[in-house]
Ligand binder design. Structure first.
Ligand SMILES: C[S@@+](CC[C@H](N)C(=O)[O-])C[C@H]1O[C@@H](n2cnc3c(N)ncnc32)[C@H](O)[C@@H]1O
Length: 215
């Protein structure tokens, strides 16, 4: 694995508004925002696995981070009632609106950062949550997904399922502790085979873990 965090040397935007309003660079292979390698198409099998985990109970699904819309597509392939998408970048949000308009599943994109928006949902609103954002601040490089754990627990119904981009091959004991400290019952993992290109800045292994975190 990488010896230091692979994104350490990137320049980070001074505030969230720069990320919100930044024009995106989007191709079939990748999405870049503020010069950062936010999402790449080799992640497709991983996104499919995360989407299948988050939708296992059907019902209402919350997804945070639309990106290239890959996991959104797999979420809407499942038998669910509602798909809410929270997305912090305006251009990506516009793509999410187009996706929603062309989907047969009731899909509601919301523009904003999860930190500003999740408070509008009552406890126990969702059956499944898929969290896949990006560390917009350098100080969140190692903690981005963990900052959301408490809210994930609050927003899920009992027996609901939470999953997220993990970006680790061997999760440490602290990770399970963090999940159980906020109240989650059980953490397990699915292994997903992937084939990142050699120049990928953030993953260089042929396997990646998908967490299954049960309330
Ligand atoms: C890795 S991409 C998501 C990839 C997506 N799962 C897919 O399959 O294409 C991360 C997305 O999260 C958005 N994002 C980053 N931080 C966010 C936050 N705090 N709240 C909401 N969206 C955020 C980014 O703008 C970006 O579109």
């Amino acid at each position: 694995m990488f010896k230091k965090h692979p994104l350490t040397d990137y320049e980070f935007p001074e505030d969230y508004n720069l990320w919100r309003n930044s024009k995106i660079q989007l191709t079939d292979e990748r999405l870049e925002i503020c010069g950062h390698p936010v999402m790449e198409s080799w992640e497709e099998p991983y996104m499919k696995t995360l989407a299948e985990i988050a939708t296992k109970k059907g019902g209402r699904i919350l997804e945070i981070g639309f990106g290239m819309g890959i996991s959104s597509k797999y979420i809407n392939d499942q038998d669910i009632d509602l798909h809410i998408i929270i997305e912090g970048n305006f251009d990506v949000y516009t793509n999410a609106l187009n996706f929603a308009m062309n989907s047969s599943v009731k899909t509601i994109p919301m523009l904003g950062f999860w930190e500003e928006l999740v408070g509008c949902f009552s406890d126990g609103t969702f059956d499944g949550i898929l969290f896949d954002t990006y560390p917009i601040k350098k100080e969140y490089l190692f903690t981005e997904r963990f900052r959301f754990f408490k809210e994930a627990y609050r927003l899920l119904k009992p027996n609901g399922i939470f999953t997220h981009y993990l970006g680790e091959k061997d999760p440490k004991e602290e990770y399970n502790e963090l999940a159980s400290n906020v109240g989650f019952n059980k953490v397990s993992y699915k292994t997903c085979s992937v084939n990142p290109p050699e120049d990928c800045k953030y993953w260089n292994d042929t396997e990646i873990l998908a967490p299954v975190i049960m309330k």
